[in-house]
Design a binder for this molecule. Structure first.
Ligand SMILES: *[C@@H]1O[C@H](CO)[C@@H](O)[C@H](O)[C@H]1NC(C)=O
Length: 259
């Protein structure tokens, strides 16, 4: 994992330095000003902001930088976002069909999913709330979640059933609060998810705990119950960090918020 990220960072820094080197040509300066270098520079700035969120260099931001809100809106509603998500899930399928993923078949093979922006999409909510450009308002977000109208992320839905059919026990570990249980279950079932083993939500005692700690403690309990965690699919780094470490993690893109 660390090696892979290091490699990706190396490649991306090489890429960016090549781009910078190609851009840096004094003979082109006049021409570039005419062609509106400002717009291009902003796009690059926002793209590198987004990539650095994805690789977990930029953490704990409250809002998307104001100048990048439009860029993030475009990305999160683009076919690129869809392609990036599909690619991540294809890697899950590849892992599952590989040699190293032979289940023991004793009912203790577990797989973990996040809920928001992994199984269900919050994009309809963020469309009305500035795509991360406004500080997250828990009251209005929870009111929206209570309506149980979040659409499924189609490719995760397909993968969810594929994983279930292979004999994994599926655990949904969400940072949603316990008070949202029935609306969450309604929403999940309405869009086609069913047959999970357990939906873990944040109880009163977990609410003041960091999300990362809450999620790693939930994994601890699964291990204590004898489960083997084969993988996690999530859109937040807090779903993967800390102990115990699963065999594999698969990150879906999300640059609207960071929890
Ligand atoms: C958060 O949302 C609620 C419900 O929509 C609203 O009443 C409240 O004023 C909002 N809070 C902030 C800080 O914007």
């Amino acid at each position: 994992m660390g090696k892979l990220i290091g490699f990706l960072l190396l490649i991306s820094s090489l890429f960016f330095s090549l781009v910078v080197a190609a851009d840096w040509n004094i003979l082109n300066q006049g021409k570039k000003n005419i062609n509106g270098v400002v717009g291009d520079g902003l796009k690059k700035y926002c793209e590198s902001w987004r990539i650095n969120v994805e690789v977990n260099n930029i953490r704990g931001f409250d809002v998307v930088p104001q100048e990048c809100v439009e860029y993030i809106r475009k990305y999160m509603t683009s076919s690129q976002y869809k392609a990036d998500s599909e690619r991540a899930l294809e890697e899950v399928a590849l892992y599952l069909s590989g040699c190293c993923c032979t289940l023991e078949g004793d009912g203790k093979d577990a797989w973990i999913f996040d809920v928001d922006d992994t199984l269900l999409s919050t994009i309809p909510y963020f469309k009305k709330h500035g795509f991360g450009g406004e500080k997250l308002n828990a009251t209005s977000l929870e009111a929206w979640m209570k309506e149980s109208k979040a659409p499924a992320l189609e490719h995760t839905l397909k993968l969810f059933h594929d994983i279930k059919d292979r004999g994994f026990k599926i655990f949904l570990i969400s940072s949603r609060r316990e008070t949202l249980r029935s609306s969450s279950v309604d929403n999940l079932i309405k869009v086609g998810y069913h047959g999970w083993t357990s939906l873990l939500l944040r109880g009163l005692e977990d609410e003041f705990m960091e999300v990362q700690k809450y999620k790693s403690e939930a994994r601890h309990r699964l291990i204590d119950e004898g489960y083997r965690i084969w993988g996690i699919v999530g859109d937040q780094w807090s779903s993967f960090e800390g102990l115990p470490v699963p065999k594999r993690t698969f990150k879906l893109p999300n640059s609207m918020y960071h929890i």
